[in-house]
Design a binder for this molecule. Structure first.
Ligand code: ATP
Ligand code: MG
Length: 236
C-alpha cells in the first residue's frame, strides 16, 4: 500500500476551505484563528501535518508535558528553521521567547501555524493566552487541532477566546465515496468494488480503522497471489 499520500476526503476539502477563509479574511476586522476538531481516527493529524509539509506551514504538536515555555521554544525554533535562521535559538524566559516569536511573525506576514493536540493547552492559560496574543497582534493564522469536545471546552474555558475563533470545522465519519477514493489511492493491487463496501462497513467511516482493513486486504491479495481481490477472498 502507498504511504504518505493525503487523500482528498471531504474532511480534507473542508479543512482547506478553513485555511482559505482565514487567508482571505478582512484582516483589520478578524483575527486568523480556526479550530479543526473531531473524534479519533478521522484524519486530523494527517491533514495538519501533511498539508503543513506540502505548503510550508509550521506544524507543532503539543504533548502532555508541554509547558508554556516549552511551547515558546518549540515555536521559535520552528520559525527559525522556516525562515532559514539556523537551529539555535537564544535563551530567555517564556515571555522573552514569545516576544521574539511575535517579532518574527510581524516580519513575515500571513505565516500559517498549525497546533495539533490543542487539548493539552487547556490546562495552561498562559499558553492559550500566548496563542491569542499571536493572532491579536500579528497577521499570522493559527489553526488549532483538537479532540471532539475541543470546541465546547474552549467555550467553557474562555468565552472571549472562543469569540475570536473565526472558523470551526468538525471532522466527519468518511462516507462511502471517500472510502472508495482511499482504496483506489492507497491499495497497490486491483480490487473488486465490493472491497469498498467491506472497508466502509467495518471501519464505520473511521480512517484509522479503514487503513488497517486496507492493509489486510492487500496482504491477503498478495499472499494468495490474486490478480484482483474481492470480499470472497477475505473470508477463508
Ligand atoms: N486524508 C488522508 N489520506 C490518507 N491517509 C489518511 C488520511 N487521513 C487519515 N489517514 C490515515 O489514517 C490514520 C489516522 O489518522 P489521524 O491520526 O490523522 O487521525 P486523527 O483524527 O488525528 O486521530 P486522533 O484524534 O486519534 O489524533 C493516519 O495514520 C493515516 O494513515
Ligand atoms: Mg491526531
Amino acid at each position: 500500500m502507498k504511504q504518505g499520500t493525503l487523500v482528498r476526503t471531504q474532511n480534507v476539502i473542508a479543512a482547506d476551505k478553513c485555511i482559505e477563509y482565514l487567508l482571505t479574511r478582512p484582516k483589520l476586522e478578524m483575527v486568523g484563528l480556526g479550530l479543526l476538531y473531531g473524534r479519533p481516527g478521522l484524519g486530523k493529524t494527517t491533514y495538519a501535518s501533511r498539508i503543513a509539509f506540502s505548503k510550508g506551514y509550521l506544524y507543532l504538536r503539543l504533548e502532555a508535558t508541554t509547558t508554556p515555555k516549552a511551547f515558546a521554544s518549540k515555536l521559535l525554533l520552528a520559525l527559525y528553521k522556516r525562515f532559514g535562521m539556523g537551529e539555535y535559538i537564544p535563551y530567555g524566559t517564556a515571555n522573552d521567547l514569545f516576544m521574539m516569536c511575535i517579532t518574527l511573525l510581524e516580519d513575515h506576514k500571513d505565516t500559517i501555524i498549525v497546533v495539533d493536540e490543542i487539548d493539552y493547552a487547556f490546562r495552561h492559560p498562559q499558553l492559550l493566552g500566548a496563542i491569542r496574543d499571536i493572532v491579536d497582534v500579528t497577521t499570522a493564522i493559527v489553526i488549532l487541532v483538537g479532540m471532539q469536545n475541543a470546541k465546547d471546552r474552549l467555550n467553557q474555558i474562555n468565552e472571549y477566546y472562543f469569540d475570536r475563533c473565526n472558523f470551526f470545522y468538525e471532522f466527519q465519519d468518511l462516507p462511502k465515496k471517500d472510502i472508495a477514493q482511499l482504496c483506489s489511492e492507497i491499495l497497490e493491487i486491483k480490487f473488486h468494488p465490493d472491497i469498498v463496501d467491506y472497508v466502509h462497513f467495518h471501519s464505520c467511516g473511521n480512517v484509522r480503522k479503514a487503513m488497517k482493513l486496507i492493509r489486510s486486504v492487500e496482504e491477503i491479495g498478495r499472499y494468495k497471489n490474486l490478480d484482483i481481490v474481492s470480499q470472497a477472498d477475505l473470508d477463508d
